[in-house]
Design a protein around this ligand. Structure first.
Ligand code: UDP
Length: 287
């Protein structure tokens, strides 16, 4: 979503805000390589506009959705918040630049309190089955793709690489249930208001556990009772081998830790998919 200055001004003129959670941004890695300026314009300019307007209206408390992508291809795991940062595509660079912008904003004025949350791999859906992810076009991410295979919208999952030096050769990630992720934001907001000298702080939001593609598929098959046909393919360019979080800092300082494992993630993802095989659309509107 592109945030225009006049929209944010209008909102801030009508209401007073204690804090802002900034989730907005384009997030498709492949698209960012094709259209870098779109990503820089939307993600960076949108954030700068938001920060300017917040500052002008005396609202200096921010929680920002960053990403584990800022660790690039980590040399070791688990990733701690102190790891060197690097970006491997324009999308990742927007997250990295926004983190740096936030650090500079805080350095310029220590009234700001900013928490950068580095998301690992959010999956699952709301347990009600009414709220879930519904990407447009061919899903880039593993779980929306698996879900579309399970409901018959796509014939098979392509597994990108089975020659990694992982337990079964497939890529390993730290999947986190979106309900845990949301709770992480509540914990971050509480931290902003608990009197701590937070400055511009950064926290990983993950489970601390690595799960391979094949393990995730097996868990989804168990939750759904559906067979997911697989096609083994080469590595996806730019993919890291193993990425998972150290969660110590969030546990200690935000008093937050993920409650759910991949079983619950797959259960809730399947519940959403089964109730809404076409997401928020219809067979005609989906592609
Ligand atoms: N993956 C896959 N097939 C797909 C999509 C993803 O095998 O259609 C793999 C991918 O190579 C990675 C893991 O699933 O090892 C998670 O990919 P995703 O794009 O969901 O997250 P990211 O790579 O951004 O962490």
């Amino acid at each position: 979503m592109t945030m225009k200055k006049k929209d944010t001004l209008l909102i801030l003129w009508v209401c007073r805000f204690d804090a802002v959670i900034h989730f907005a941004g384009l997030k498709a890695v492949g698209e960012s390589v094709q259209k870098p300026l779109l990503y820089y314009n939307n993600n960076l300019i949108g954030t700068i506009t938001l920060l300017e307007v917040m500052g002008a209206h005396g609202c200096k408390n921010l929680v920002f959705s960053s990403s584990a992508t800022v660790y690039g291809w980590p040399k070791e795991v688990p990733c701690t918040e102190e790891f060197p940062l690097c970006a491997v595509n324009p999308y990742g660079r927007t997250k990295l630049f926004i983190e740096e912008i936030c650090r500079d904003v805080y350095r310029s004025n220590s009234d700001w309190k900013i928490i950068l949350l580095r998301y690992f791999n959010p999956v699952g859906a709301h347990p009600s089955g009414h709220i879930g992810e519904d990407p447009r076009g061919i899903p880039n991410n593993l779980m929306p793709f698996v879900q579309q295979v399970a409901v018959g919208r796509r014939p098979a999952l392509t597994v990108f690489g089975n020659d990694y030096s992982t337990k079964d050769g497939t890529g390993v990630r730290d999947y986190i249930h979106i309900v845990d992720l949301s709770d992480g934001h509540v914990a971050a907001l509480q931290k902003l208001f608990d009197g701590s000298n937070i400055g511009c702080g950064v926290y990983n939001l993950g489970t601390g556990k690595g799960t391979s593609v094949l393990e995730m598929v097996a868990a989804f098959e168990k939750a759904s009772g559906k067979k997911i046909p697989l096609v083994m393919a080469g590595r996806r360019p730019g993919d890291a081998e193993i990425v998972y979080a150290s969660t110590d800092k969030a546990e200690k300082e935000l008093n937050w830790r993920a409650k759910y494992g991949i079983e619950e993630m797959c259960r809730d993802q399947w519940n959403w998919a089964n109730k809404n095989p076409w997401g928020y659309g219809t067979p005609d509107s989906a592609n």
